[in-house]
Design a binder for this molecule. Structure first.
Ligand SMILES: C[S@@+](CC[C@H](N)C(=O)[O-])C[C@H]1O[C@@H](n2cnc3c(N)ncnc32)[C@H](O)[C@@H]1O
Length: 287
């Protein structure tokens, strides 16, 4: 079945509200980082796939029963393809900030009129009648999570589910520690890592409850991945677009000091560890 082109699509603009000016700058950085890595993301996104598999397991009933499904931050379409496989009949609206990523996701699915591809900021969705809103490894990049969660409540049908996985502030705690130490040693202010502003489980709980969600289920887990060295670790972050939306490039001297400190403090036989602080959430809009 032929399908519609990527938008902002006729009819779907009504789902959007205008973003504010400071959010715009952050958004541009997030979009640029992910768009540049559309070609390398899939090869390096093992952690994101692991987050996605668990997210699907936690929302399986809602996925198969949904008639209208919204995915925010579809990226290259790993989760999108799984959603379509698990539910061949639903209307599936996939949203991302960037056209390149939407094109990659669209290429992953068979053409189908029930797939709609919307180039938009998922934080500006404010209307809809979805049975399930789902997002894998995306909500940590939001600039206005409180307002967005309240908006998403409005976009759900009564009885509908919001399901997402996200990263918490403990993500890359070893890197944050070593950046601070390298900064002290070289007497310069260390660059902040994006995770410094990611929300933790209790904060998400407050936002969800304040928006009116019920039946909250939250699971936190840490996953530690070993990389051969700091350079490989940072290259993986770059290849998946998970870098600072406001770039603060390291000097060669800073990078070698950072690598030395990381190796000394955390290095072992497996190389160097990096912790991912992961949160899975499901919540209902009660009927
Ligand atoms: C880490 S990737 C995850 C992609 C995909 N969900 C997956 O599991 O592989 C995050 C994605 O969210 C998108 N994104 C970030 N903020 C967004 C927003 N406010 N609205 C829509 N998409 C957003 C990025 O462009 C990127 O494609």
């Amino acid at each position: 079945m032929p399908e519609a082109t990527i938008t902002p699509m006729a009819g779907l603009e009504a789902l959007l509200e205008e973003p504010g000016p400071s959010a715009e700058a952050l958004k541009r950085g997030v979009r640029r980082n992910f768009a540049r890595r559309a070609g390398t993301y899939d090869r390096h996104a093992a952690v994101q796939r692991c987050m996605g598999r668990e997210l699907l397991a936690r929302s399986a009933g809602a996925v198969t029963e949904a008639r209208r499904l919204l995915e925010i931050g579809c990226g290259t379409g790993y989760l999108t393809a799984e959603l379509r496989r698990l539910n061949p009949r639903a209307l599936l609206v996939a949203v991302d900030l960037d056209r390149t990523l939407l094109e990659a996701a669209r290429g992953r699915l068979s053409p189908d009129r029930r797939n709609l591809w919307l180039m938009a900021d998922g934080e500006t969705l404010c209307r809809g009648d979805f049975d399930l809103i789902i997002a894998n490894a995306t909500f940590q990049w939001f600039a206005h999570p409180r307002r967005t969660i309240a908006n998403l409540w409005e976009c759900l049908n009564f009885g509908g589910m919001l399901a997402f996985s996200t990263l918490g502030p403990g993500t890359f705690r070893e890197l944050a520690d070593c950046l601070a130490r390298a900064g002290d040693r070289l007497e310069r202010r260390p660059p902040a890592i994006p995770a410094a502003r990611f929300l933790a489980a209790p904060e998400w709980r407050d936002l969800l409850t304040a928006a009116g969600f019920d039946e909250l289920e939250m699971v936190v887990a840490t996953l530690t991945v070993a990389y051969p060295d700091v350079r490989e670790f940072l290259l993986t972050l770059r290849a998946t677009g998970a870098t600072n939306p406001r770039p603060q490039p390291f000097s060669h001297r800073f990078l070698s000091t950072l690598s030395e400190i990381y190796r000394q403090r955390y290095g072992g036989d497996d190389g160097i560890p990096a912790t991912y602080d992961i949160l899975w959430v499901t919540a209902r809009k009660q009927s």
